[in-house]
Design a protein around this ligand. Sequence first.
Ligand code: UD1
Length: 362
Amino acid sequence: MRLTCIAAARPNFMKVAPILHAAKKYPGIQCSLVHTGQHYDERMSDLFFRELELPRPDVHLGVGSGSHAAQTARVMLAFDEVLDQQPADMVLVVGDVNSTLACALVAAKRGIPVAHVEAGLRSGDRSMPEEINRIVTDSISELLFVSDPEGLIHLTREGHPREKIHFVGNIMIDTLIRELPYAEASGILDTLGLNAGSYVYITLHRPSNVDDPAVLSRLMDVFLEMSHEETLVFAVHPRTRARMVDAGFDMASSERFKFIEPLGYRDNLMMIRSAKAMLTDSGGIQEEASALNIPCLTLRNNTERPVTVELGSSELVGNDPARIREAWGRFKSGTWKHATAIPLWDGKTGERIVRGLRQAWG
Ligand code: UD1
């Protein structure tokens, strides 16, 4: 089987890596890796390839940034040509970024079966670009690999035949388990002058939180207020940095409020593992914090990953300052919930996916 795997943006790399590692054990599967180049900075891409021991991509499409339509269209045109040159028997896409949708569409229209990893996630919020990408990708995929138990309900409700759906667990956790020992050897806490358990770690990049200067400004006010009593470390995503610059925010670090560049996988994992609490709007960090039982105040009103709220350590606190303050007060009072074990977050999801691919191939 010629399997073409797609990686595009930062949250994809830790999902593709365990699948490629697991596939090495099966000589009958010939993998190739296409990087669409949706993320292209050293810190958003290359560093992850090195740390996660991803092979050099067979093809790099170099599409870069742009509007949703332009980015999606560029990926489609370029990937169509790749499939002319390098035919595939199956295309595997992960997650919910624009490239996931673009490559799935191209493959499906050429009659190539698509396997979607992280199928069935639904936030119910169609103003999120990722939600549209999820719905469309699932609707044209032949193999639906589900990570969150609620995904099964969504896919069944949407009429997907049961035989297409495989509950395989969370692929992100495979990478987390594999990388944790390396993360623990990371010198990031020393580099930043931090002690474990002494700081709150912040990441923010959703358009709904950063694109409107009024919303961003309210969030920054809450963070500044918190920095009077806590050390905050804010890893600033490129989208957020651009919006902060446009809005004229001061990003000069102080003793109590440190602004840093986005971190690589291992340093970021160490920062989460050693944080007192997380403030984030990242889907992946909701999961990583839950796996590590780190209190996670999720700055969103909905989540496509409800298991992180039901069994994990995440709680949805939105972006309204009063709600964030209230949740923060509860955290400070020591009553934050503890995460419990989550089904199939066991480090073996990559293996289950590869077995599922082989079975489907016959
Ligand atoms: C994308 C994904 C989102 C994912 C996020 C993680 C979509 C619709 N969104 O959002 O699901 O959670 O990645 O990061 O696919 N930029 C750089 N360097 C890079 C990449 C981006 O400077 O390597 C800048 C560009 O100026 C760009 C902006 O960041 O305009 C946003 O990047 P983009 O990939 O369009 O969307 P994200 O907000 O990163």
